[in-house]
Design a protein around this ligand. Structure first.
Ligand code: B1M
Length: 211
């Protein structure tokens, strides 16, 4: 089995102790971090999602796979994030209220950081007021992630809270996450939607006129 497939399989099996040395080996053999990310880790999580949908995996297996992926992401981070870049803008990022999925959000945060944004990572299950208070602390962009159809409405609730606080005019709002679409972004009045972490960077740059 090729090393990249071994990494993918070890994430699916939730074997963090196997994934970490294999990612180290892949990096030392010169495999591109981007390839490890997409073909190894992200592809593994899609498979885990499929197995969950089909009843082969349950929440504990999903969680263990997510931990293995997070351990691998820690290793990849320095390779994906360029150090010492002058900040081009400040982004408050979080997964919306009620939603505990953090891998995609953290990946987007990492890529934005790598592109020179200063990141305020608010974590998961972030209430609308917390996004508002980050804006009061100087964020220009609010970046919201949602992985559940049931938590997507909290993006709209957050936009309403930002409007109510009188901060909508000076705020750019970017949304994303597996169930989120461009049409939904338009419907709730967000300024941008991105389907993945690299397009989130392009969108964020465009939103603040740094494209
Ligand atoms: Co959950 N889960 N989960 N889960 N989970 C999904 C999302 C699901 C699709 C699985 C399935 O049924 N196939 C399903 C949602 C169904 C739906 O609503 N349509 C689901 C469910 C149902 C649940 C629970 C309700 C299960 C239960 O308890 N019965 C529960 C909810 C808990 C809660 O949040 N309140 C739950 C729990 C969990 C775990 C805790 C076990 C774990 C998360 C651990 C963690 O994050 N630390 C988990 C996992 C791992 C998944 C899957 C398998 C993988 C998610 C992931 O990390 N993907 C997921 C299935 C799937 O996605 N195929 C699933 C990898 C990640 C890199 O991709 O997050 O999509 P993603 O991010 C991408 C893009 O979406 C985009 O860029 C990223 C990189 O390219 N993106 C943005 C994300 N945010 C963005 C923001 C942007 C722009 C782009 O701008 C701001």
């Amino acid at each position: 089995m090729a090393l990249i497939d071994e990494i993918r399989q070890a994430v699916i099996d939730g074997q963090a102790k196997v994934v970490v040395p294999k990612v180290e080996q892949a990096l030392s053999e010169g495999l591109a971090p981007d390839k490890i990310l997409h073909e190894g880790l992200i592809s593994a999580m899609s498979e885990v999602g499929r197995m969950f949908e089909e009843g082969e995996y349950f929440v504990p297996e999903m969680l263990i796979a997510a931990r293995a992926m997070a351990a691998a992401l820690d290793l990849l981070k320095p390779h994906l994030v360029e150090q010492g870049v002058e900040p081009i803008g400040k982004v408050a990022i979080g997964t919306v209220k009620g939603d505990l999925h953090d891998i995609g959000k953290s990946l987007v945060a990492m890529m934005l950081e790598g592109a020179g944004f200063e990141i305020m990572d608010l974590g998961v299950d972030v209430a609308p007021e917390k996004f508002v208070s980050a804006l009061n602390d100087g964020a220009q962009i609010v970046a919201m992630s949602a992985l559940l159809t049931t938590t997507m409405p909290n993006m709209k609730a957050t936009i309403a809270a930002i409007e109510q606080a009188g901060l909508r005019d000076r705020t750019k709002i970017l949304i994303g996450g597996a169930p989120v679409t461009e049409a939904y972004a338009n419907e709730i009045g967000a300024d941008g939607y991105a389907p993945d972490a690299s397009s989130a960077v392009r969108k964020a740059r465009a939103l603040i006129g740094a494209a």
